[in-house]
Design a protein around this ligand. Sequence first.
Ligand code: B12
Length: 227
Amino acid sequence: MSERDILEEIRNSIVMGHLDAEDEGFDGSMEGTPGTVELVEQALEAETDPQQILTVFNAAMDEVGRLFEAGEYLLPDMLASAECVGEAMDVLEPHLAGTADTQKGTFLIATVKGDLHDIGKNIVITMLKGAGYQVRDLGIDVPADEIVAAVKEHKPQYLGLSALLTTTMTEMETVIRQLKEAGITDVKVIIGGAPTSEEFARKIGADGHCRDALEAVEKLEALRSAS
Ligand code: B12
């Protein structure tokens, strides 16, 4: 199978919620055929660039979002696709992980209060670990005061905030306000997630916005060399 074909198959298996060969997928007919996990393993065996595989995860979840918006997918369908990406990330992570470089600093990351989306956050974590940053994950649905307390405790150089909902992205502003109120000015705040933008980042006083995990690595490198 060509590289393009296998990447296309990975994308389709995520969209179809086909986790592995034992799983039947959304249409009930896929049991016995390679699922997302096996396809990612095959792609890695064929020496496909792991970062290219990550790009496919993004594209597949975009399609799932489109189908949900169109009313063709329901919540459990989104969850099944999310599970495929979660398991596939576990297979991919060792191929992306690098060794922590203490010079590069610590990156604390959280999905803000009210928001349960973590696929994008987890991809950012994997990429930053791969680039040598020490990463601490606070998880999902994290209230602003817990994030501020963790910043006080761990004193990271960078704080990443993720939000996928227009209703939760406003929590990012609360976190930044509470950091200021606590007198913490030496942590660089980077935000991300589909509804956020560079303009929103400026408005709430964040130090940067990233469209994707690759840009997160680039932005941190730029911030490091500027400091
Ligand atoms: C999977 C999914 C879910 C899963 C999440 C599972 C999980 N473990 O994450 C489940 C089923 C739980 C879910 C629930 C809901 N969801 Co949902 N979900 C999605 C979906 C399809 C994909 C999100 C995703 O994983 N994308 C793939 C990743 C890789 O991309 P990403 O998250 O954008 O991350 C990248 C960048 O944004 C960036 N990034 C992200 N975070 C950060 C952070 C930092 C610091 C940096 C630097 C970069 C960065 O880098 C990432 C990697 O490249 C999206 C549609 C979409 N296209 O986004 C809807 C979507 C986000 N969901 C939506 C909705 C409405 C909901 C629900 C309210 C549905 C409901 N009726 O209950 C609930 C809300 C639950 C909650 N309280 O959070 C809407 C949001 C609409 C809006 N404008 O607010 C969307 C857009 C779907 C739609 N089109 O309607 N969802």
